[in-house]
Design a protein around this ligand. Structure first.
Ligand code: SF4
Length: 361
């Protein structure tokens, strides 16, 4: 039997239509009508780098990018603006939730469209760019808010911008004395690693602290090409962190989560956040209860290096902010206190009460 050889990714199309999904065996013909209804609400894009990783229609990669009729069902707790971006947007393209930082969303285009995305009703190939006028207004807004020291470039995916536009934005932010940190959140290194070119990296040159946060959810996304793209970013003295979403059928087992975290660390990526799924419409099939997520992480404690440890976080629905979900190991409400070890055993922690400690100096 001859082995199937895929042509180079760059020469193959991004799959966007239901017809393409059916033609490539990613969706059954019988679901066409339901998937057309999904397509009217949410964008689809499956780049060759992800298509190559799909082994069957319900595997951890397919679940992230292939639409399903389940998306037509909105659960009672799901919200159109799950983390309150709209209410916290003073001008188009800006979200201001915390005193010292703000989001800048210069475009709503992504290299793929995650089926669990909390901005799924906004992102898409037609979302386009902020207009020149709106971008200027957004940059002016940042310039006029000196309490903001960190800008998080998100979208959409900021590494989908042209090098020229990215250079313009990074340059404008770098000219503001109060901006100390610029963070870019991106899926490009895993979804379209060929976009990480010298010209794109040149556009990220700044004297400010610039960080890239790579979004990946399964170890198999960290292909040789993805690792090479990450290495190129790191070669410009840009630290790379990761963020992932805890997703049913993708990374909700000890084995899958451990493999993902180890894949990050071996690519010199520091795991940063593991997000609880935001309640966006049509995503209930990805939901993992918080208690289950805490138990999953507790089982990994002591089993994987602390370097691989992400903070498990919830963006409180409605926009109240992000909080860590644990697991926690210390019971401060008793004296002596108790602390649980990584293997589940409790230990008495006979420390002095905090007042006495203070007087001990
Ligand atoms: S890349 Fe990010 S913004 Fe775009 S669809 Fe995926 S999660 Fe949403």
């Amino acid at each position: 039997m001859s082995e199937k050889v895929n042509p180079p990714a760059a020469s193959r199309p991004v799959l966007r239509s239901v017809t393409q999904l059916v033609a490539h065996g990613l969706a059954p013909e019988a679901q066409k009508e339901a998937l057309d209804a999904v397509a009217r609400q949410f964008a689809t894009a499956i780049p060759p780098a992800f298509h190559d990783l799909i082994t069957h229609a319900d595997d951890p990669i397919a679940r992230q990018v292939v639409p399903t009729p389940a998306e037509l069902h909105t659960a009672p707790w799901e919200l159109h603006d799950p983390i309150g971006d709209d209410a916290l947007s003073p001008v188009p393209g800006i979200v201001h939730r915390y005193a010292d930082r703000a989001l800048l969303k210069p475009l709503l285009v992504c290299p793929l469209y995650c089926r669990f995305c909390f901005r799924r009703e906004h992102v898409g190939p037609d979302g386009g760019l902020l207009s020149e006028e709106d971008l200027t207004r957004a940059l002016d807004w940042i310039a006029n808010h000196p309490a903001i020291s960190e800008i998080i470039l998100t979208g959409g995916d900021p590494l989908m911008l042209s090098p020229r536009r990215l250079r313009h934005i990074i340059g404008a932010l770098s000219a503001m004395p109060h901006i100390q940190t610029i963070r870019l959140h991106s899926r490009v290194p895993v979804a379209d690693p060929a976009r990480i070119t010298p010209a794109l990296l040149d556009a990220l040159e700044t004297d400010r602290a610039l960080w890239v946060v790579l979004h990946a959810n399964h170890a198999s996304e960290m292909t040789a090409e993805a690792r090479a793209a990450t290495r190129l970013i790191q070669s410009r003295a840009i630290p790379v962190l990761s963020q992932s979403v805890l997703l049913r059928g993708v990374n909700d087992t000890e084995e899958a989560l451990e493999a993902l975290l180890r894949a990050f660390v071996t690519a010199r990526i520091k795991p940063y956040y593991l997000h609880q799924l935001d309640p966006a419409p049509g995503t209930a099939h990805f939901h993992v209860p918080i208690d289950e997520g805490r138990a999953l992480l507790a089982r990994l404690r002591g089993r994987v290096t602390g370097l691989a440890w992400p903070t498990y976080v919830l963006d409180i629905p409605g926009g109240a902010g992000k909080v860590p979900l644990g697991p926690d190991y210390y019971r401060p409400d008793t004296h002596p206190g108790f602390v649980r070890d990584p293997y589940g055993q409790s230990h008495t922690l006979d420390t002095a009460p905090s007042q006495e400690r203070a007087s001990e100096g």
